[in-house]
Design a protein around this ligand. Structure first.
Ligand code: AHR
Length: 495
């Protein structure tokens, strides 16, 4: 089946904030501990406690922003437990995630050092559910105040003279659930109170993010925008893609064709969600000052057999690559309102970039999509019209193809194209409107697989990886692109 794509190369719709390519690392399972932090004395090669292999892999993604310490963990986290000499930090129970010991060795200094190593911006999630206004105020003072004050002096005594720059600060997480089971009216007031004390010190200007809705809870967005919109810079949204239900989500590998299809169908619902939440925000904020911050998204399956159910460890297959690609295409389309997104989570948890086992590490199909798509970061999104044939299964249909396009600062055009079908190849004819450069120089890469659940293992870490793509032909009037089934391609055109 063939599709048609018109790309208006001279009609930008807005900038794709690089922060849409953000990440999220929670104190959950083996994400922070083992996955990122191994400690300075570990036999695993590390730099100041951060494992080198993971650091190098993450650097290749140009991670723009990293959210921490949660998630649900954030509303139980007391930041003062994680500063000072590591050997005397409090050992506590991570009650939310697996009931394991949290030794607090990875705290504020370690996180902000990680962000410096990655060259990314920190996004701190503050504790509203079980923390005080004073605790939140003092955390911001500790991190960002350059003068003389109790918290700035404490920071200096802990070895950091200069304040850090911290722009993104979340005032609570999922306060409708694990963050305090609040009603939107109540949280809106609590938000207004807490954010008052999240101060700008010197020229550090904080971008305040209020806790937003879970998937289709439009009432939450309505109330928050109405009651607290003028006190926030961003409002979050969480949406997870589960092929099944919360009690039986479905396996990460060995799934059926139907589960493949349903997963992608549900991932595509991000479009409807963003349109509807944005429409509510438009009523209160027509200038689009407040960003929609999708600070948790991704696939969520049953944990791998034999692993701690509280650790949310799952494999990552070509299905996840497709789910990531279609979601990023959707974010590009909504880049006027979506200022940031953070996939859950960076290492060893949910739809991870990286999996580790002892000293071994692999990168996942989702990692490859983020690496291929990074060309869109901060580029201008281009207007496009996609006519896609249906991909039908069991009487239901979704579009077979997904696409987005952008123009970068040097005038190169980047087109992402995915074929969602589990067994049918397809061609897409691309009409490049406004392109006057003659036959473009075309380069491209493709990520595809022979099985829907193809994935990388510690024995075969490169089973799924991108390859050079030769399937795009210039015909004078445009391009024809031949896409194999289950594939994600990114093309770059230069005049
Ligand atoms: O990402 C895992 C969990 O999902 C987060 O801790 C929470 O915010 C969400 O429910």
């Amino acid at each position: 089946m063939s599709g048609k794509l018109v790309v208006q190369t001279d009609l930008p719709t807005g900038r794709i904030s690089r922060h849409i390519y953000g990440h999220f690392a929670e104190h959950l399972g083996r994400c922070v501990y083992e996955g990122i932090w191994v400690g300075e004395d570990s036999p695993i090669p590390n730099t100041k406690g951060i494992r080198n292999d993971v650091l190098e892999a993450l650097k290749r993604l140009n991670i723009p922003v990293l959210r921490w310490p949660g998630g649900c963990f954030a509303d139980e986290y007391h930041w003062k437990d994680g500063i000072g000499p590591r050997e005397s930090r409090k050992r506590m129970v991570n009650t939310h995630w697996g009931g394991v010991v949290e030794n607090n060795h990875f705290g504020t200094h370690e996180f902000l050092m990680l962000c410096e190593m990655l060259g990314c911006e920190p996004y701190i999630s503050g504790n509203v559910g079980s923390g005080t206004v004073q605790e939140m105020q003092e955390w911001v003072e500790y991190m960002t105040f350059g003068g003389e004050s109790p918290m700035a002096d404490l920071r200096r005594r802990n070895g950091r003279e200069e304040p850090w720059r911290v722009k993104y600060f979340g005032v609570g997480n999922e306060n409708w659930g694990c963050g305090g089971n609040m009603r939107p009216e109540y949280y809106a007031d609590v938000y207004r109170q807490y954010q008052t004390y999240v101060r700008n010190y010197g020229d550090n200007k904080i971008y305040k993010i209020a806790c937003g809705a879970s998937d289709f809870n439009y009432r939450w967005t309505e109330v928050l925008m109405r009651e607290a919109g003028r006190f926030m810079d961003g409002l979050s949204l969480h949406y997870y893609t589960l092929p099944g239900t919360w009690s039986e989500k479905g396996a990460a590998t060995g799934f059926t064709e139907r589960e493949w299809f349903v997963t992608l169908k549900k991932a595509l619902r991000m479009d409807e969600l963003l349109a509807n939440h944005a429409a509510i925000m438009d009523r209160y904020d027509p200038e689009k000052r407040v960003g929609l911050i999708v600070d948790e998204w991704g696939t969520w399956y049953d944990v791998e057999p034999g692993t701690n159910p509280g650790f949310l460890y799952q494999q990552n297959t070509q299905r996840d690559a497709l789910a990531a690609a279609v979601t990023l295409d959707i974010f590009h389309r909504h880049c006027d309102r979506v200022h940031m997104a953070n996939i859950a989570q960076t290492v060893n948890v949910l739809q991870a970039m990286v999996l580790t086992e002892g000293a071994r590490m692999l990168v996942t199909p989702t990692y490859h999509v983020f690496e291929m798509f990074k060309v869109h970061q901060d580029a201008e999104a281009l207007t496009l019209h996609l006519q896609s044939p249906d991909y039908e299964l069991g009487g239901e249909a979704i579009p077979q193809f997904s696409a987005s396009a952008s123009k970068d600062a040097s005038g190169r055009i980047h087109i992402s194209l995915s074929n969602l079908h589990h067994e049918a190849a397809g061609d897409v004819a691309i009409d490049l409107r406004g392109w006057s450069g003659g036959a473009p120089k075309i380069t491209g890469r493709i990520l595809t697989a022979s099985e829907p659940d193809a994935h990388n293992t510690f024995e075969k870490p490169d089973a799924v990886r991108p390859e050079a793509f030769e399937g795009a032909r210039w015909s004078g009037a445009g391009l024809t692109v031949a896409l194999p089934p289950m594939s994600v391609a990114v093309l770059t055109l230069e005049g």
